[in-house]
Design a protein around this ligand. Structure first.
Ligand SMILES: NC(=O)c1ccc[n+]([C@@H]2O[C@H](COP(=O)([O-])OP(=O)(O)OC[C@H]3O[C@@H](n4cnc5c(N)ncnc54)[C@H](O)[C@@H]3O)[C@@H](O)[C@H]2O)c1
Ligand SMILES: O=C(O)C(=O)C[C@]1(C(=O)O)C=C[C@@H](O)C=C1
Length: 304
């Protein structure tokens, strides 16, 4: 793979930035990668594990002469970081982010950026429940979507960023801002809220959580606990900044939940069966589209 950006700066050295760094090295798409994280401890860890070619003690230093600057911090602090680095950006460089929410992040970042800097927001649809500089790995983005939200950005700068993400293993798709936030509310934000709630309910039932949860939990509840172990700062910010879309989808979700509750109470087995049949087809569709690498291959029939 050839070099796409000479110098890349990663601001915020957590799961996503560290995965980006290892994937950048694997692909050889940048000559030099600088990094900055707010806490001294994170910077020390980064230096110890060789995360980034140069770990800087300020964001201003990290973005100096960078051709691509990627903001990899929680969505609630994107604006403050943009304000800090804006006067020090190289003319003609691209600024991007990996935030899980787009409308509020664009509103927070864009006003700070000088003319002559290209702003191309992006969002890799890949992650784990882990966070911090030691949680990243180079295959995180392989065969995952990276949503690009150009929002009027320069075409050449957008295509260049797409080439970069493709080199990191992702497939790119462009989306407009509102659509992005609504889709992510459905496929990511509300599922996380449901997992947090389910694990919280189990925890409230102390008797259950102290013994039975650990002892009897099979795949179903374990999947919920994995998701509910996700970073509290990141997810607090997601819900506070994607209020409109998450409240709308949550409203739809509770309506459906009440309908199912009614079916259980009235003994409407047909309604429950039809509902579960419909949702099962969705799961199979995801697997057939090759989006779940851990799932069994339904095409091969039942396991022997
Ligand atoms: N974790 C996921 O599954 C996932 C997936 C896609 C996108 N995202 C988005 O990526 C971004 C980063 O998420 P992550 O999972 O890598 O989080 P993380 O908690 O692993 O890392 C965030 C990093 O940002 C640093 N940071 C926080 N405030 C800062 C500031 N003011 N200045 C500089 N650094 C600061 C933290 O110290 C930490 O190193 C978030 O915006 C999140 O919404 C996360
Ligand atoms: O795989 C996970 O654990 C994730 O939570 C990743 C996940 C998701 O919900 O799919 C989480 C947040 C993102 O913005 C994108 C991806």
């Amino acid at each position: 793979m050839s070099v796409v950006y000479n110098r890349v700066a990663l601001i915020g050295l957590g799961l996503i930035a560290s995965s980006m760094y290892w994937a950048i090295k694997r692909a050889g798409v940048a000559v030099e990668v600088t990094g900055y994280a707010r806490s001294e401890q994170t910077r020390e860890t980064a230096r110890r594990i060789g995360l980034c070619d140069v770990v800087c003690d300020s964001a201003v230093e990290a973005v100096k002469d960078a051709d691509l600057v990627v903001l990899c911090v929680p969505v609630g602090v994107m604006g403050a970081v943009a304000a800090d680095i804006a006067p020090h950006l190289k003319d003609g460089c691209t600024v991007s982010d990996v935030g899980s929410v787009k409308k509020s992040v664009i509103e927070a970042i864009a006003p700070h950026l000088p003319e002559g800097v290209h702003f191309v927001p992006a969002h890799p649809m890949a992650g784990t429940e882990h966070s911090g500089p030691e949680s990243g790995f180079d295959t995180l983005f392989d065969n995952r979507w990276c949503l690009i939200v150009p929002n009027g950005a320069d075409e050449a700068a957008t295509e260049r960023l797409e080439t970069f993400w493709q080199a990191l293993g992702a497939n790119c798709e462009r989306m407009d801002v509102e659509h992005h936030d609504q889709v992510c509310a459905v496929v990511s934000h509300i599922p996380h809220l449901i997992a947090y709630t389910m694990v919280g309910v189990a925890d409230d039932l102390r008797r259950v959580s102290e013994r039975e949860v650990i002892k009897f939990s099979a795949a179903g509840f374990r999947d919920f606990t994995r998701i509910a172990a996700s970073d509290p700062t990141m997810w607090r910010d997601v819900f506070l900044t994607n209020k409109e879309a998450t409240l709308e989808i949550l409203g739809r979700f509770t309506e459906e939940l009440f309908a199912l509750q009614r079916s259980i109470r009235t003994g409407d087995g047909d309604q429950l069966f039809d509902y579960f049949t419909r949702t099962r087809a969705i799961r199979r569709g995801i697997i057939e589209a090759g989006q779940d690498t851990e799932a069994p291959d339904f095409g091969r029939g039942k396991p022997q």
